[in-house]
Design a protein around this ligand. Sequence first.
Ligand code: HEM
Length: 619
Amino acid sequence: MAFNLSSSLLQVAHISSQPRLQPKALAAASSRRPLDHKAESPTHLRSTPSLPLRPTGRSFRCSSSSNGRGDEDQAVKEVEKRRAELAARIASGEFTAQQPGWVLALRNGLSNLGLPDEFLERLFSRWAGSGSGQRLEIPQARGSVDAVAGQAFFIPLYELFLTYGGIFRLNFGPKSFLIISDPDIAKHILKNNSRAYSKGILAEILEFVMGKGLIPADGELWRVRRRAIVPALHQKYVAAMINLFGEASFRLCEKLDAAASDGEDVEMESLFSRLTLDIIGKAVFNYEFDSLTHDNGIVEAVYVALREAEMRSTSPIPTWEIPIWKDISPRQRKVSEALKLINTTLDDLIAICKRMVEQEELRFHEEYMNEQDPSILHFLLASGDDVSSKQLRDDLMTMLIAGHETSAAVLTWTFYLLSKAPEVVAKLQDEVDSVLGDRSPTIEDMKKLKYTTRVINESLRLYPQPPVLIRRSLEDDVLGKYPIKRGEDIFISVWNLHRSPKHWVDAESFNPERWPLDGPNPNESNQNFSYLPFGGGPRKCIGDMFATFETVVATAMLIRRFNFQIALGAPPVEMTTGATIHTTKGLKMTVTAISSGAPKEDQQDEISTAAHQSQQVTG
Ligand code: HEM
């Protein structure tokens, strides 16, 4: 049965438990020097005894409007109030069920006196009975809808993390989840013992649209498909994609040019969604959605399927499972029709591509790529991938969704962050001007656009897409010091890891400078699983390089041509969740052209030349 993600997450507020982490742990980092991640490991930080009071709701303020300050202030106040209330309830121990209130008060008191967390941990777990051989209990929270309704679910999880620490159980009625915000435990689940975990609920929710595609697949099927698909994203392919990114971004620039000269504001979230849909359609199965230019049936069908996937992951009652409902609900009928259209289109594309491959004088090798059709589908068919049409369709659909909404969300939040950081924009524009000038990016430029890359790295830290990773334990295991049973549903909160004040200095501020330009590209390995923008372990994203270059190219090409500001009177920018973090009401911006740059025909010529060059260099 499909399980509902949010019915759990919407019910987080009332708390019962053995709190582990004391509030004072939380703002310690703000007074620290920037972390040297190589020298100062998360483990070291965890044992730091000085623990000032935790930050309040200011962490997640993302409202912004150049006008309507009143609206903005009101929205910010609401969020802060709700958060402060929740934080106060958690901190007071009001809902403690398994441990008497006085134990909590004593522990808080000792903690405020500066006793190290680890010492208190040992003391109180012994008190709770583990020393006498009883099973060590994971801290628990149980909830009700009212305290968290109306906000993205990962926000209350952050509040709970600040009090309950890197692992706690979230109970609601008969359901329970483990919430992980500890880098070592995340590493254990994702990498060291990854075989003991499946995609669980995620596979159930996404089955209707991704079938057994690479994201939901588990076990042997996943291994076989991953082995077949990963080679398709080889270096030469990614280099060819830079040209595709450039062309699509150029089309977006044209659209923005028109808006700028007409003095019209633009809704950037939907434009980024269209940009990345156009890119991923070409990249995965050589299909021209052309959604930036016009709407058509297939574009609409893709959005119907995507919105349904998001609705299913955030709706309290799985009505779509009721057999008759499927037939009578207009929404579900629309979903079925959309899926039918997408499947037919994919079948047609597979058939066309098969014919192309048959007619080709094929000499397949590691970096095989057809110049007319460099798509992943073409590579798979040319490689002799022995797979059913249904499985191939599932994999293509999976990549379409995985590579579309994620990149769009990264660009949306990057431009939101940039709208509030003119000094970062100035540095970005300097870099882009000196590296690219007016020409289109090539694969060689990716190494040189260092600051642009750091901006994307930092945007992914503050707005990870998706904000939680989902797993289910396939066998008994031990997480940290806690034994867990088979069948546990687990959320690894990347949001919490990326904003943990234990691991980041000034965790909430947008500061691309935290990543040295001459340092390695930050990833889960060199950040000890405190930073997981593309996951980690064997199920790490296969499109990480693709997506990084895509967002770097789009950012560079837009930022050198336009200034972006939140539009006058735009609604406050707030978060909501689907599979990725969306805005609640869009990202409405005023776009002003910086200069006309090279004439358009020249730019178009350059795009073709750049494509040719990048193929020559890497081919
Ligand atoms: C900025 C854009 C992107 C972000 C932030 C992102 C993030 C992620 C993350 C965090 C995972 C791990 C999920 C988990 O462990 O549960 C993942 C998996 C995956 N991603 Fe991406 N992704 C992006 C773009 C792409 C693109 C462009 C593609 C395809 C070309 C892609 C294809 C996949 C696939 C197929 C998986 C599943 C891998 C497996 O389970 O073996 N992603 N992605």
